[in-house]
Design a protein around this ligand. Sequence first.
Ligand code: PAF
Length: 284
Amino acid sequence: MKIIRTIEDLTLEINAIKNSGKSLGFVPTMGALHHGHKTLVIRSVSENDLSIVSIFVNPTQFNNATDLDKYPRNLEADAKMLESAGCDYIFAPNPEDIYTADELKNRFEFDFGGLDTVMEGRFRPGHFNGVVQIVSKLFQLIQPDKAYFGEKDFQQLAIIHRMVETLKMKVEIIDCPIIREPSGLALSSRNQRLTTNQHKNAIEISKVLFESSNFVTKLSPKELSEWVIDKLNNVEDLKVEYFDIVDAKSLQTITHWTDNAVGCIAVFCGEVRLIDNFRYNHHR
Ligand code: PAF
């Protein structure tokens, strides 16, 4: 496995791969890798001749300086995990190589067709502009055949699909299911920041989401949302930021159950912000 640190070295490798006619799978990450990331890489390795993982804590998608500072970083442990997953290349650039001073100062603009104004977009203004900015740059540099994203970031995935469609990019986006601990808690790099007690309380998030599916035939989406929010706000350490039951494509709140309903949640557990989602369509 090669670790590439500069755009010049990356370009040399990508040109060689393209000339060889080999297929290339790509998993973009911000590092602090966990088993969820590993499953994306294993899938990429099984579906492509070569696989590359980027590790870059992207400053333009953070709207909170403390969150950016506290984001866990550990290249050595990440490299070990990636090697064991069969990854061929890591691209781990420095922010100054990726962005000009202007790009860091001014917000990148993209027409999200309304997908960015709800849920995460409402609470993290500019977040998805930063995500599209970095992912489009990485796609341009790496030119992957396939790119792998986890469904835990449900709204991010919808936005990446829109970006690829709008910009007519050639890459195929592969949606990969949420990976959970045996307790049900969705794997996240942020879980590392939870204390033992907070971790125990955070398990309630997925428990309550799973339990809520029992009420789909009895409660409206609005009533069910209120039930989830109320139940979680009564758990020690937890404070729900939003829980919206939306259409999986348009991401707009639904008032009646449809075949495409997904509940998306953001919860603070102490200072740590966790997200998760749950598809209700299988439970009607
Ligand atoms: O999902 C993430 O880890 C990030 O948003 C991504 C896609 C790597 C872009 O920085």
